[in-house]
Ligand binder design. Structure first.
Ligand code: PHE
Length: 340
């Protein structure tokens, strides 16, 4: 019996393996639950008394060399695998791609587009460098119309007629040049105004314009569409109110407020204590604009609306300063949803 154990010890010392699964087989054979070591321990009870100390000692040695051998071979084989290309382990999980995140302006723009797509609006685009006609004149702002003072404009020196568009309403005009009613389109894009940069305004920002032209379009359709939008965007309990306003290209015109509430001090500050917050301009397309586009205002009517994306992003994400949106600070940007 004693020689038996000595033979095992010798066998263990000699053992070599080329693969980790051979090591595992070896470990199971000796140190597994039904392995040799446990069997030998069971037999210990039948060992004659005078042999017990020697037997016990050898058995402990066997246990120890098995454990050492397993550890040695394992670490040797693992190191080899890491060091040699042939040890490439195809089962190892890959390094994850570091995905970027979407810009908050893109996230909000995509949501706005999605909401209007669901009720049949398509998406249209226009150029950021516009001419006077599309940005002003066709929108019912003749050259000396005082409303031109409403927007401070960047003009392009290359050409007296060129400017950076001050609103996405110019895309309404481009769209009506190319398409006949029924029209349902939203036009997202960047716009420019010659304004001082502050926490609340920037000389470059983004808008989404909406245009709906068909027979029998009423102000009620406009209100219902805007209510649908605000509920989808800000939650189903959202409330809106329309205040009379003036835009040359819509008649009647309105400014649209949503009820933001007065729960926090910030709410007081951003709503100037009223709880209401302006989120867009809107109105019924002025008959002059339709006529400019050779769409018969006797037969067709429509509504239009325009909103600032930054404004909504700042509300939704509680961003205190518009400049944060344009500084490309990764620490800021990475807080938003990843690309997937
Ligand atoms: N173009 C207006 C602005 O930039 C918004 C607007 C769009 C108002 C469409 C009415 C209709 O302020």
């Amino acid at each position: 019996m004693l020689e038996n154990i000595e033979k095992y010890i010798e066998e263990v010392r000699q053992f070599e393996a080329a693969h980790l699964d051979e090591v595992e087989q070896f470990r199971i054979r000796f140190a597994g639950r039904k392995g040799l070591i446990n069997k030998l321990f069971d037999e210990f009870k039948q060992v004659p008394k005078e042999e017990k100390p020697r037997y016990g000692q050898l058995l402990n040695t066997l246990k120890k060399v098995v454990a050492e051998k397993v550890e040695d071979l394992k670490s040797k084989l693992q190191n080899q695998a890491a060091a040699t290309p042939s040890g490439f382990d195809p089962t190892r999980p890959g390094y994850p791609y570091r995905l970027g995140s979407r810009h908050p302006v893109s996230l909000v723009r995509n949501r706005i587009i999605d909401i209007f797509r669901r009720i049949g609006f398509n998406v249209s685009y226009g150029p950021e460098i516009e001419d006077d006609w599309h940005n002003f004149t066709a929108l019912n702002l003749p050259e000396y119309h005082p409303a031109r003072d409403m927007q401070d404009t960047f003009f392009v020196e290359l050409h007296p007629d060129w400017l950076l568009r001050t609103h996405t309403s110019s895309v309404q005009i481009r769209y009506m040049e190319q398409n006949r009613p029924p029209i349902r389109t939203v036009s997202p894009g960047r716009v420019y105004r010659n304004e001082d940069i502050s926490a609340r305004s920037h000389l470059m920002f983004h808008q989404v314009e909406g245009l709906y032209v068909d027979t029998d379009v009423s102000f009620a359709d406009l209100k219902q569409t805007l209510l649908y939008f605000t509920r989808e965007m800000f939650g189903e309990n959202s409330r809106i109110r329309l205040r009379p306003s003036y835009f040359p290209f819509t008649e009647p015109s309105a400014e649209v407020d949503i009820y933001w509430g007065l729960k926090t001090e910030t709410d007081y500050r951003i709503t100037k204590g009223t709880g209401w917050l302006e989120i867009m301009g809107a109105g019924m397309v002025d008959p002059n604009v339709l006529a400019n586009m050779n769409i018969d205002p006797e037969k067709y009517s429509g509504f239009a609306f325009g909103m600032g994306i930054e404004r909504i992003a700042m509300l939704l994400y509680q961003i205190p300063d518009i400049r944060l949106l344009f500084e490309n600070d990764l620490g800021f940007l990475k807080q938003f949803k990843s690309v997937l």
